[in-house]
Design a protein around this ligand. Structure first.
Ligand SMILES: NC(=O)c1ccc[n+]([C@@H]2O[C@H](COP(=O)([O-])OP(=O)(O)OC[C@H]3O[C@@H](n4cnc5c(N)ncnc54)[C@H](O)[C@@H]3O)[C@@H](O)[C@H]2O)c1
Ligand SMILES: [Zn+2]
Length: 353
């Protein structure tokens, strides 16, 4: 079993990787009075019985990551009499993890939780770093907390049951880590894309580990996203806007981020930040991922005004200026703030088919 440490001020914890993590969660649970595994129906039917604890099922899907469902869970915890020595186990993808982490952070002003991420996206990204949250109609993750889990338990073998579309999702975030922090990783992921769809745990484990390492490193420097951590939002300004404009029903998160990275790379080029060689390398890598993810179709139709209005909800924005994380080269990105007018002048070049 592999192990990594996430060092953050509010409470450090380990990430464990390997098929042995189930037994580890079970023994970890012995430190707590009550344990509830919170999962969704799909994951429950596949993996629920691996944990001998009571279960609570959340409704499936991004549209269900709501304050109402978080409060329903919190009410259930109260009904079942969980106290401050209780533990929540989030078993599932990023939706389950974000919602359970949020519920754990507000119930009794905070109880312990751990995450067993079961999607590639959750294994490389959402389970690490302690961002919890739920969506509002006004935008994604607008309600949430920074609240670290007590541990993250990753079994790459569960990816074997993951539908290809969910795999594409995680691959997009893996490419993101490469572009923001590690040119070598970018090459490995880009060159291995087809192979990764086979979900071979042996192949995926070292890459998952490397992504967790990068995320842990960035989060350790900036737990509350005052600076460096914003780099992780490359692709997410346009990505979140695309998700919002399409009612969270057309794109999954990773698909939106993949398209977002492409648009933001074009924006970097239009602003003269990015040289031609880096531009071509990034766009070719992302283009390959886009093709494998079956995303080579036109964007849904929306007006520039609708897009800008969606972008103005981004949490990174400051004083009406829209925040973008843009590449100068692979491994070197920076935040650029644009007024809606400045962006509008470039949008045609960014949105070209
Ligand atoms: N907190 C963070 O730092 C962070 C980072 C990135 C993304 N996110 C959030 O993560 C969410 C997306 O997470 P996601 O992509 O994991 O989606 P998800 O949690 O909705 O899971 C996707 C689907 O896969 C199914 N599934 C899960 N594991 C499976 C398995 N092993 N086999 C078969 N099916 C399985 C689920 O039932 C679900 O239908 C978004 O809400 C996004 O905002 C959070
Ligand atoms: Zn993301």
């Amino acid at each position: 079993m592999e192990q990594l440490r996430v060092e953050v001020e509010s409470g450090s914890y380990n990430i464990y990787l390997g098929a042995e993590v189930w037994a580890l969660v079970e023994s970890f649970g012995q430190n707590y009075t009550e344990i509830i595994v919170v999962t969704d129906a799909t994951v429950d039917s596949l993996y629920g019985e691996r944990l001998p604890f009571p279960k609570y099922r959340l409704p499936i899907g991004e549209a269900q990551k709501t304050p109402a469902n978080a409060l329903k869970l919190v009410g259930e915890l109260a009904d079942r009499g969980l106290d401050r020595q209780s533990l929540l186990v989030a078993l599932g993808g990023g939706v389950v993890g974000d919602l359970v982490g949020f519920a754990a952070s507000i119930y009794l002003r905070g109880i312990a939780y751990v995450h067993i991420p079961t999607t590639l996206l959750a294994q490389v990204d959402s389970s690490v770093g302690g961002k919890t949250g739920v969506n509002l109609p006004q935008g994604k993750n607008l309600v949430g907390t920074f609240y670290q889990p007590r541990g993250v338990f990753i079994d790459p073998e569960v990816l074997e049951t993951l539908p290809p579309r969910e795999l594409s999702n995680g691959l997009a975030e893996m490419l993101k880590y490469g572009i923001i922090h590690d040119p070598g990783l970018f090459q490995v992921v880009r060159d291995g894309l087809e192979d990764f769809y086979r979900c071979d745990p042996q192949l995926l484990t070292p890459i998952i580990k490397r992504c967790c390492e990068i995320k842990a490193h960035i989060v350790a420097q900036d737990e509350l996203e005052q600076g460096t951590r914003k780099l992780l939002n490359y692709g997410h300004t346009f990505g979140h806007a695309l998700e919002m404009l399409t009612g969270y029903e057309v794109y999954s998160h990773g698909e939106a981020v993949l398209l977002g990275m492409l648009l933001e790379t074009r924006l970097a080029k239009a602003l003269g930040l990015l040289d031609r060689t880096s531009f071509t390398e990034i766009v070719e890598g992302l283009g390959k991922a886009k093709e494998l993810a079956n995303l080579n179709v036109p964007l849904p139709s929306f007006s520039q005004e609708q897009l800008i209005s969606a972008l103005l909800h981004d949490k990174k924005n400051r004083q009406g200026r829209i925040s973008f994380i843009l590449p100068r080269e692979i491994g070197k990105l920076e935040e650029v703030l644009l007024t809606p007018e400045e962006l509008q002048a470039l949008l045609e070049r960014v949105l070209e088919p």
